[in-house]
Design a protein around this ligand. Sequence first.
Ligand SMILES: *[C@@H]1O[C@H](CO)[C@@H](O)[C@H](O)[C@H]1NC(C)=O
Ligand SMILES: *[C@@H]1O[C@H](CO)[C@@H](O)[C@H](O)[C@H]1NC(C)=O
Ligand SMILES: *[C@@H]1O[C@H](CO)[C@@H](O)[C@H](O)[C@H]1NC(C)=O
Ligand SMILES: *[C@@H]1O[C@H](CO)[C@@H](O)[C@H](O)[C@H]1NC(C)=O
Ligand SMILES: *[C@@H]1O[C@H](CO)[C@@H](O)[C@H](O)[C@H]1NC(C)=O
Ligand SMILES: *[C@@H]1O[C@H](CO)[C@@H](O)[C@H](O)[C@H]1NC(C)=O
Ligand SMILES: *[C@@H]1O[C@H](CO)[C@@H](O)[C@H](O)[C@H]1NC(C)=O
Ligand SMILES: *[C@@H]1O[C@H](CO)[C@@H](O)[C@H](O)[C@H]1NC(C)=O
Ligand SMILES: *[C@@H]1O[C@H](CO)[C@@H](O)[C@H](O)[C@H]1NC(C)=O
Ligand SMILES: *[C@@H]1O[C@H](CO)[C@@H](O)[C@H](O)[C@H]1NC(C)=O
Length: 469
Amino acid sequence: MGLHSPFTTSAWASIALWVISICPNQATALSASSQLTSFNSTFSLSSQQISDANFTLSDVDSVNNIIKWEQSQYAGGPTTEDIFYNLPTIANGSNLSPGTLIKTEDFTNITTYSLSANLALSRILYMSRNLNGSSVPASAFILWPFTPRQFSTSSNNTTSTTAPVVLWTHPTSGFFSSQGPSKHRTLWAGDNAPFALALAGYAVVAPDYAGLGVSVDFDGKHIPHQYLASPASANDAIFALQAARSAFPTRLGREFVVMGQSQGGGVAWGTAELIAREPELADGYLGAVAVSPTTDVFSGAPDYIAPFVSFGLASVFPAFQSEEWLTAFGQGRANVSAGAWRLRFAFFTAESESEGIARAGVNETWEAIAYGRLANAGRKEVKGPLLVIQGTEDAFVPYAVTTATVGDTCALFPGNGIRYVVSNGTGHVPTLDATRMLWLGWIGERFEGKDVEAGKCGGGSVLESFFAH
Ligand SMILES: *[C@@H]1O[C@H](CO)[C@@H](O)[C@H](O)[C@H]1NC(C)=O
Ligand SMILES: *[C@@H]1O[C@H](CO)[C@@H](O)[C@H](O)[C@H]1NC(C)=O
Ligand SMILES: *[C@@H]1O[C@H](CO)[C@@H](O)[C@H](O)[C@H]1NC(C)=O
Ligand SMILES: *[C@@H]1O[C@H](CO)[C@@H](O)[C@H](O)[C@H]1NC(C)=O
Ligand SMILES: *[C@@H]1O[C@H](CO)[C@@H](O)[C@H](O)[C@H]1NC(C)=O
Ligand SMILES: *[C@@H]1O[C@H](CO)[C@@H](O)[C@H](O)[C@H]1NC(C)=O
Ligand SMILES: *[C@@H]1O[C@H](CO)[C@@H](O)[C@H](O)[C@H]1NC(C)=O
Ligand SMILES: *[C@@H]1O[C@H](CO)[C@@H](O)[C@H](O)[C@H]1NC(C)=O
Ligand SMILES: *[C@@H]1O[C@H](CO)[C@@H](O)[C@H](O)[C@H]1NC(C)=O
Ligand SMILES: *[C@@H]1O[C@H](CO)[C@@H](O)[C@H](O)[C@H]1NC(C)=O
């Protein structure tokens, strides 16, 4: 769950800065009309939505602003207005096997994106596999470094013409097609890791999990995002990599590390499990980094989690109806969150709420228990090495939950190569920033072929702030 205040960034200001820093000579040529100060969205709640969600007039103002702000983060408008996300006509397209490359955009026009300087972007469409094993189309981006990082080993000094690969599995960006990271100005939480990795010389291959990005399948049916289903999103990751290799065989190195945070931390962990289950997918795999990973779907507040899991649950349990989990009030609010997922922080626990969002005991329904078994990463065999990083002050993925998952997994599979680094005093997203040097170092060592520190499964260290009092 990448948690960012809606009001801390001005994308327009960053675009202006970007233009000035890349093109100093052209900065003066910018016309005043390109400097927008308004939202790039005309969104307005309908009267039906307002009454379904029981919003007050001041709620309506705030909700409209939040949704307009979020929609203004779509680079060049929503996915539904970008033909890149349309599938080509392919006879029996839905039978294409996972990993098939469907479409390649070599050079994405980054004018409406806000990336770190000198990085280039490509996008692909490819075939993935959902939780129940069906093929499903999805999108991904590849973020390219200006020049690839070189690793010299003692026996090989050849300059590499390919970039080493980090497969990045993103934190929660939303639940619907317009919320795919490949269509977000900053690639969704770009600064937290993708930019850092690309600036360090890695090619970052990053899936939009199925349902985010491409909105309909080859049969024209809506693609549900199977939220927090780590095996499904692990498929998205590994098959995005296979397709990216087909698209850019001379640019991507064979070896890769998978890394993710929050929802994506669970996915990185789930990818290490997928590779243990299906060793034929292991080609080039060097290890995984799971930061603040989701390993227990219902450990958080049900009011937050239940609506978002419910959006895609009928694709797993066909008879499921959202009213089994959500109150009428909760359904009205969940409907509005289709426009902007950040709304949950302000409006899923609003003071005017009379009956709550989730029905009592939602975490004890059979669907919740069965989904947790299918979806959760952890307590299974992994292909290591796996570095798990967790902050002690994490309000969304509790330190105790991750510690229990690491402990149980190592008790069941003592041979799993898991290292556990605890960052003392940091919260959910900031843990990723606090440990940047550590994970960049760990990833570099995997490409250098260094042996992983031997040690007991789950052993590790505690990182302290050097300037705390
Ligand atoms: C603003 O939105 C419109 C309509 O969706 C889109 O065509 C345009 O590219 C967007 N502008 C920017 C700067 O993203
Ligand atoms: C599509 O699939 C059907 C059934 O699997 C098959 O009979 C048909 O020949 C296929 N068509 C093409 C163009 O591959
Ligand atoms: C990139 O997009 C911008 C605005 O969206 C447009 O003005 C420009 O011509 C495009 N560049 C190329 C090379 O297509
Ligand atoms: C690799 O390069 C280093 C530094 O240039 C040199 O000392 C070393 O002998 C080289 N090794 C091989 C195997 O060529
Ligand atoms: C040396 O590295 C290059 C570039 O990565 C690779 O193509 C070649 O196979 C390597 N040679 C050996 C002996 O490992
Ligand atoms: C499996 O997923 C596909 C695609 O979402 C869906 O059409 C199908 O009904 C699902 N099957 C079951 C048993 O849920
Ligand atoms: C939620 O939206 C769906 C489809 O737009 C609609 O059928 C349903 O009545 C809405 N539910 C509530 C409680 O607003
Ligand atoms: C709607 O909100 C009002 C206060 O704004 C509250 O008194 C009422 O109970 C709410 N109704 C429901 C169904 O939540
Ligand atoms: C469900 O949530 C309640 C309240 O948070 C908790 O007491 C209970 O143990 C949970 N049940 C399960 C099966 O996790
Ligand atoms: C974190 O730091 C506090 C204060 O120094 C200390 O009490 C606590 O034990 C530390 N936590 C861990 C996991 O080391």
